[in-house]
Ligand binder design. Structure first.
Ligand SMILES: Cc1cc2nc3c(=O)[nH]c(=O)nc-3n(C[C@H](O)[C@H](O)[C@H](O)COP(=O)(O)OP(=O)(O)OC[C@H]3O[C@@H](n4cnc5c(N)ncnc54)[C@H](O)[C@@H]3O)c2cc1C
Length: 369
């Protein structure tokens, strides 16, 4: 009997669990180690912040999925791997032995360059934590009176969607507040996307009265204010940091090859470039031959090839290479029931785009319930 151990209930691993439910392993035991039992679907989190989805609609219950898939669930945080003993080290719990290991633990925003962020910002990752923190925060805002300055730091897709979602929700619930949402980013917004998408989003920000500060990286956060690269202090009663993804620090102690930013280096089968018994997918891994942005859409796409390759290796076969698409559709919700879709160098906007996104996301969630 071989032991397959999965660390993290990220987007790729929920597909592995679903495949196990449909086709159980003939001779193997599967264990999922997860820090969170309710794992969020990132595509719907901005919609949750905007008040368009309830908590249960955009979170997958890993306990239920594991029970249905015949998978043992250990509610714990992995802190390292002892590769010589083939063991996963856990915080405050005994280690777990593996024959084959797969890692899908996501990433965290890089707050290293922003002094005071750990103390004063509301973290958006773990994304599971954001859901709970947002509910607490929005509850407090209902009774807020007078000026309310909210700043989102980071102009990638996550930051842009979050700023629009926060603005929409707070205008609906913080009715006694005089709200100003600001997005500050160190370069231009949506740097990885088409100029057409940037133009549309800038126009939407202007129309909605959301301040956009481009080429304005944050340097320091203190209680009630943020210092930007030009030396100016901006008032901020609440700050959300959605900067570029960074890797879990414990990867550095595994002895596994990492990319230049500390993410696990994997080949095109999703296996570690140095250890064929360890696979990794989602934000925490970098496929050296096919580098893509750290986005949920790629973690989702890696689910089926990861599930197949884990099964092949357990059966003594060679894993198969997987080539992710290079052009991809990105749909950004604007919080108010509209969305902008962008692919390659085009971008379109409309209410029907939101319905389309909503349909895709709900369909994905239904598969894992
Ligand atoms: C505000 C915001 C909005 C976003 N919107 C979008 C979007 O619309 N579309 C999109 O494609 N991307 C979006 N992203 C990016 C997206 O969140 C990530 O790319 C995606 O979540 C990565 O998926 P993953 O499977 O790698 O990991 P995750 O979804 O982060 O899942 C990781 C899992 O591992 C568990 N875990 C973590 N560490 C450990 C540990 N040490 N031990 C055990 N378990 C652990 C966690 O509990 C979690 O269940 C957004 C990000 C943010 C911050």
């Amino acid at each position: 009997m071989q032991d397959l151990v999965l660390i993290g209930g990220g987007h790729a691993h929920v597909h592995v669990l679903k495949q196990l439910r449909e086709r159980p392993l003939k001779d193997g035991r599967v264990t999922l180690i997860s820090r969170d039992i309710e794992t969020p679907y990132s595509g719907m989190i901005p919609g949750f912040v905007a008040g368009r989805y309830g908590f249960a609609e955009c979170h997958i219950d890993l306990a239920r999925l594991c029970a249905r898939s015949g998978v043992r669930l250990i509610h714990a945080e992995a802190t390292g791997i002892d590769r010589a003993q083939r063991q996963v080290l856990l915080k405050d719990q005994p280690s777990v032995t593996y024959d084959l290991l797969s890692i899908d633990v996501g990433s965290a925003p890089n707050v290293g360059g922003i002094a005071g962020a750990e103390q004063w910002a509301i973290p958006v990752k773990p994304i599971a934590e954001l859901g709970r923190r947002w509910l607490e925060f929005s509850e407090r805002m209902k009774s807020w009176r007078g000026p309310l300055n909210v700043m989102v730091i980071g102009g990638g897709a996550g930051g842009v969607e979050l700023a629009l979602a926060i603005d929409h929700r707070l205008r609906a619930i913080a009715t006694a507040a005089s709200l100003q949402v600001t997005l500050a980013t160190k370069d231009q917004i949506l740097a990885a996307q088409a100029e057409a998408a940037r133009r549309k989003l800038r126009a939407i920000f202007q129309r909605r009265g959301i301040r956009l500060l481009e080429n304005a990286g944050a340097e320091r956060i203190e209680r009630g204010s943020v210092k930007l690269a030009d030396g100016q202090w901006q008032q901020a009663d609440a700050v959300f940091v959605v900067t570029e993804a960074s890797a879990a620090p414990w990867f550095a102690d595994t002895g596994l090859p990492l990319d230049e930013k500390g993410f696990l280096a994997v080949d095109d089968t999703l296996a570690s470039t140095a250890d064929p018994r360890i696979f990794a997918a989602g934000d925490c891994a970098t496929v050296l031959a096919h580098r893509r942005p750290k986005a949920g859409v790629f973690a989702v796409r890696q689910g089926p090839p990861l599930a197949d390759n884990l099964r092949r290796v357990l059966g003594g076969e060679r894993p198969r290479p997987f080539v992710p698409q290079s052009r991809y559709l990105s749909i950004l919700g604007t919080g108010d029931g509209n969305a902008v879709a962008t692919r390659g160098d085009w971008a379109i906007e409309g209410r029907w785009v939101w319905w389309w996104k909503d349909h895709i996301d709900r369909k994905w969630m239904r598969m894992y319930r």
